[in-house]
Design a protein around this ligand. Sequence first.
Ligand SMILES: C[S@@+](CC[C@H](N)C(=O)[O-])C[C@H]1O[C@@H](n2cnc3c(N)ncnc32)[C@H](O)[C@@H]1O
Length: 245
Amino acid sequence: MNELLENDVITFFAGLSRQAPGDDRLSLSIMQGLQGMRPSSRIADFGCGTGSATLLLAEHFHPLIYAIDLAELFLDVLMVSAKKKNLDGFIQPKCADMGLTDELPSALDLIWCEGSAYIIGFASALKDWHGLLNPGGILVVSECVWLNPDPPSKTRDFWQAAYPAIGSEEDARELAESLGYEVLDSRTLPESAWQSYYREVETALESPEGLKLTPDFRDGMREEAKIYHGSESSYGYLFLILRKT
Ligand SMILES: C[S@@+](CC[C@H](N)C(=O)[O-])C[C@H]1O[C@@H](n2cnc3c(N)ncnc32)[C@H](O)[C@@H]1O
C-alpha cells in the first residue's frame, strides 16, 4: 500500500461510524452475556478504530478500557466521541501494534477484537493474545468465515485473492480449541449490519470529500461492496466468545 493510499484509507474511515461491518445490538448482547466483569476488570479493545465497541464496553462495564490501534487519527476521533458521552475517563487510548505483545497491556480479563484480528492473522492473534489474558480470561474476537460452503464463483475468487486464510465456522472453533481456549458461544453478525455498512461507505464515496480520494481506493471499496451484494450471504463475520483454559 503506498503512502497516499494509506492516508486516504485513514481519512476516509475516520469519517465513518465504524471501520468494519458491526452491530451495536449484537455487541451489547454479547457483553450482557459475559459473566464476572467488574469495575476493576482489565479490558482492552484491540484494533479499536474509532471505537464503536470501546464506547459500548466503557458504557456497559465502567472499568478502564485500553483502546489499542495503530492509527492515531482513529484514537483521536474515539476520544472526542468519548468526551461527548462523558466516557473519556474510562478509556485509555494507546497507539500500538496489536501484533507486538510487549507493547500491549497484559493480565487482561477481557480482550475485545472486532473486525481486526485477520490483519495480524487470526491464528497468530489467538496464539499471541492467550498470554495476555488472566487465567479464565475472555477473548471476544470476530473473523470473516464462509457461511455457505458453495459461494458464487466471483465471491470465492475475490476472497481467495483477498484473504486466502478464510475458513468455516468449524475451522475457527477448532483452531481456537487447539490453541487453549474453550468456545463459550458463537454469534453471526446479521446481514443488516453489512447492508448498512456498505450504504455508509457508498454514500461517503460519492460525497465531495469522497470524490477527492484516489481512484484506486474508490474502485477497491466499490468492488468490495459489489462482491458483498452479489455474495448471496455466503460469508459473514463470526464472533467467537472464548475462555482461556
Ligand atoms: C477493519 S478496522 C476495524 C475497526 C473497529 N474494530 C471496528 O470494528 O469498527 C481494523 C482496525 O485495525 C487497526 N490496525 C491495523 N493494523 C493494526 C495493528 N497491527 N495493530 C493495531 N491496530 C491495527 C486499523 O487502524 C483499524 O482501525
